[in-house]
Design a protein around this ligand. Sequence first.
Ligand code: C5P
Length: 324
Amino acid sequence: MFRLLASFAVVAIPYAIERFGLRVRFGLFALLFWLFVCQFVLILAVDTLLQDFAASLPEWLEQAITTVGSYVIITFGITPLITLVLAAAYLIFALGQWAFGRDEKDRPTPQTHFTIAIDGPAASGKGTLARRIAEAYGFHHLDTGLTYRAVAKALMDQNMPLDDEFLAEKAARTIDLTKLDRSVLSAHDVGEAASKVAVMPAVRRALVAMQHSFAERPPGAVLDGRDIGTVVCPDAPVKLYITASPEARAQRRYAEIKSGGGSAKYDEILEDLTRRDARDMGRTDSPLKPAADAHLLDTTEMDIETAFLSAKTLIDQALAKNKH
Ligand code: C5P
């Protein structure tokens, strides 16, 4: 009885570990081996009992029982052997899986993606924040403003009007997301022209489709713009709306141009920004506004690192939720 219990403890524990905890691969082997031990002990016990019983009988009966008993023992004795063979076969199989790693849990999991939508007015700091987040999490980044700028630039280069929806849509369909050159597209007049082409629904439809498929790139993507949380990625698990006072934004733009060696007038920049805000917020198709479930971040008095840390808390929470 003690041996039976001990064999149960030694062999059944790995099985329990596999079923309920550490998922080692040898649980079925342990179970089969335990069955083998049980059967073996049982047959030995029956054999001993039979011998004891037969010893107390007359000789002729003892012989008869011993002969019949040995046939029975031999016949049943085969069952622990079968179990042992099965246990050995499974052990070889489990060792093979362990060595070559072709286990269920080693299979690559389907690619998933995680989208972070960042919206806000010009010079609110959303672009810098988006780049910082993408870098920290190893996600792809798309500044969607560049796509509208690229359409405007294509029209400008060919001296085409900025309000011809047919031509603008055609230009939008030729945009290549891998060839958006920030150094060319960041010019002030291109930004102004972009906000004019951005009011046309056909242009938006073409660009939104591209942006939407960009957002699905695994392992994740950060998109910044004006309508990411509301139109492009309404299901994004993290939506941020970055804002700052017009004066702070104009001051940033002014410092940026000056540090690049350009000439600028603060008042003119403030006027341009205010005009651009009014156009972006007032258009009928996809106006700039925070999504209902967006987290607002006012960067007027905030540096990029502080903004990043606030965003990081929200992103980490959403990522943890996504895993469950
Ligand atoms: O962000 P950026 O200044 O580069 O954007 C240029 C213009 O493109 C914006 O003023 C806006 O009119 C338009 N835009 C948009 N929707 C986006 C991104 C930019 O309408 N998602």
